[in-house]
Ligand binder design. Structure first.
Ligand SMILES: O=C(O)c1cc(C(=O)O)c2c(n1)C(=O)C(=O)c1cc(C(=O)O)[nH]c1-2
Length: 580
């Protein structure tokens, strides 16, 4: 049979303005409203927020897929987002309806069981918008609305059933270098967001909005202004001092406190802005009712390494000397695993131990946890200084997970990658990069004899010992972690496009599958009609790709990889349930 080569006539591409807005059938269907009670009492069948639950564990008790049968996991459906760049949002699922976001803050609603698209919201972004991290980390749900924080710095509420915009509120001015990448956090009738832009010299903030009307209820700067406690830790530069917020906070309903991690100080060189520089590279306890700061802990003072500490700490109750202590646990970009006590009256230091090679902290004050620096490792103006770990840290933003059954914390770490910085004095120009160094002033090197870079680590938080680890000899690791009641740990993040499952107790790799692109998105799990699904987006890009480029420059043979971009939602189930 003769097959004619055929060419489909090109359809004219409509101008951008005609392509934005909400598309899709918006099939009328039931939608279960999200209430405070539902957010506070974890529902195993659903994944209602960024890390699943307010404590940030990244844990689901679902156990249909378990260490005994995970080899039977197969794809059930997949959905191409049609978008490139780094996809990072978890599939957030409410009673069979899934919401994902893509770079440029598109929101896509899908039938979680079949993969049918319900609607897609595309925001028309300004043409002069330049973004260093054009990604988005997901939605928040409340009532019958879906909330997304956009790269042009709006907080948008959509109708969960139709995807129609209900309101859009300007949070900040993108032309001054503000942008948003995080998934909002909702508690006590407030939808809370923070802003990115540390590299542009913004003054970081968290803002709370009325969940119904979108009116701003409060705005709290991470850097205290004149007269506020902590302002005297700045001699100059507080208005442009960074401390941005770009990852979702965690919430403790008992204490009514939300815990947010803050970014590094700007510009990069500490000696350009003498003082501790509160509250950069810190954790803040914020009351969602009024936005007031009720406690803080600064992990490291006067940052000079670009070590944001934006990952919000996990809320874990730990047994210490026969007593259960409410703690905050944070695997820092500074390469230390921090444990703090969360209390009504503030945050108290408990312990800090390195989880990767770290040559900057000479010691920690046993009472306060304040590090003393090895001065030879602290970058300063007009000098090239080398230090470990690199500016991407022992762990960048991909979240760690805690399994209350194994009592282990799983950290997606990068070991053995060191960095160098040469800083320069720089004038602040609104909307322009304010790094205090040029891209040519950033160095990367491997520790001599490095056997691996990426390492999935499991830590026993009672003994503060690493109990197992899975090294990746030829790849960095940018894999957010999911752990389950089935005794499993799921993670992607490597430069071979794999998505993997490990035995949560032993660390043995039990399953892997190669996807269309690399995985840097947060995995989630949920149940519909008696079947447990594991879901994750692929879509390589942003800093995972930049780190890849740096590694290839160091050793093109060892770190060779060709990971194409392109976002796809992947949903897996056990083979025997996949056809149902
Ligand atoms: O200073 C900031 O405001 C800011 C924002 C972001 C972001 O919003 O994604 C990143 C960083 N810094 C950053 O330092 C960093 O390493 C980083 C990696 C990524 C990414 O998406 O892979 N974003 C960001």
């Amino acid at each position: 049979q003769k097959v004619e080569n055929s060419v489909t006539p090109a359809t004219p591409v409509p101008p951008l303005s005609e392509r934005t807005g909400t598309q899709g059938a918006a099939a009328p269907r039931t939608y279960t409203p999200v209430t405070d009670a539902r957010l506070q009492k974890p529902e195993a069948r659903n994944w209602l927020m960024y890390r699943g639950t307010y404590d940030g564990h990244g844990f689901s008790p679902l156990d249909q897929v378990n260490a005994g049968n995970v080899r039977e996991l197969v794809p059930v459906w997949s959905f191409s987002t049609g978008v490139t760049e780094g996809h990072q949002s978890p599939p957030i699922v409410n009673d069979g309806v899934m919401f994902v976001t893509t770079p440029q803050a598109q929101v896509i609603a899908l039938d979680a069981k079949t993969g049918e698209m319900l609607w897609r919201y595309k925001r028309q972004l300004p043409e002069d918008l330049t973004q260093l991290h054009p990604t988005n980390r997901g939605v928040a749900l409340y009532g019958d609305k879906v909330y997304v924080a956009t790269t042009d710095c709006y907080l948008v509420a959509l109708d969960a059933k139709t995807g129609k915009e209900v309101w859009a509120k300007k949070v900040e001015d993108y032309q001054k270098g503000h942008y948003m990448t995080l998934a909002p956090l909702i508690a006590r009738g407030k939808v809370m967001v923070g802003g990115s832009g540390g590299e542009y010299g913004v003054r970081g903030f968290i803002a709370g909005y009325d969940v119904n009307t979108g009116e701003q209820a409060w705005k709290t700067f991470t850097i205290p202004g004149p007269g506020e406690p902590g302002h005297d830790t700045w001699k100059n530069g507080w208005e442009t001092g960074g401390g941005s917020i770009w990852l979702t906070g965690q919430y403790d309903p008992q204490l009514n406190l939300a815990y947010w991690g803050t970014g590094n100080a700007a510009p990069w060189m500490g000696d350009a802005r003498p003082g501790d520089n509160l509250h950069t590279s810190s954790v803040l306890a914020i009351n969602p009712d009024d936005g007031k700061i009720r406690g803080h802990h600064q992990y490291h003072w006067n940052d000079s390494w670009d070590w944001d500490e934006v990952s919000a700490p996990l809320l874990i109750n730990l047994d210490r000397n026969g007593r259960s202590i409410p703690t905050l646990v944070h695997a820092g970009r500074d390469g230390y695993l921090w444990t703090l006590e969360r209390r009504q009256d503030g945050i108290r230091f408990i312990s800090g131990v390195p989880f990767v090679n770290q040559d900057v902290f000479a010691k920690l004050d046993p009472e306060t946890g304040r590090p003393t620096y090895n001065e030879a490792r602290k970058p300063r103006l007009d000098n090239k200084v080398e230090f470990c770990p690199s500016l991407w840290g022992g762990k960048d933003w991909p979240p760690e997970a805690y399994n209350p059954q194994t009592k282990l914390l799983y950290i997606p770490a990068n070991e053995n990658l060191c960095g160098a910085l040469t800083g320069h004095r720089m004038d602040y120009v609104p909307g322009q990069l304010f790094l205090g160094a040029g891209l040519e002033d950033i160095g990367m090197s491997l520790k001599p004899g490095a056997t691996h870079i990426g390492e999935l680590q499991a830590w026993d938080l009672t003994t503060m010992k690493k109990v197992w680890s899975h090294p990746f000899p030829n790849s960095q690791l940018w894999g957010p972690v999911l752990t389950t009641g089935g005794g499993l740990v799921f993670m992607g993040g490597t430069n071979d496009r794999m998505f993997r499952a490990f035995d949560a107790k032993s660390g043995q790799q039990l399953w892997q599958t190669k996807l269309n692109s690399g995985v840097t998105a947060v995995p989630s799990t949920f149940e519909v009609d008696g079947t447990q699904y594991i879901a994750v987006q692929s879509g390589w890009g942003v800093d995972a790709q930049r780190m890849q480029d740096s590694l290839v420059a160091i050793d093109p043979v060892r770190f060779k990889s060709d990971v194409p971009q392109g976002g796809v939602v992947w949903v897996f189930a056990l083979r025997q349930r996949a056809g149902q």
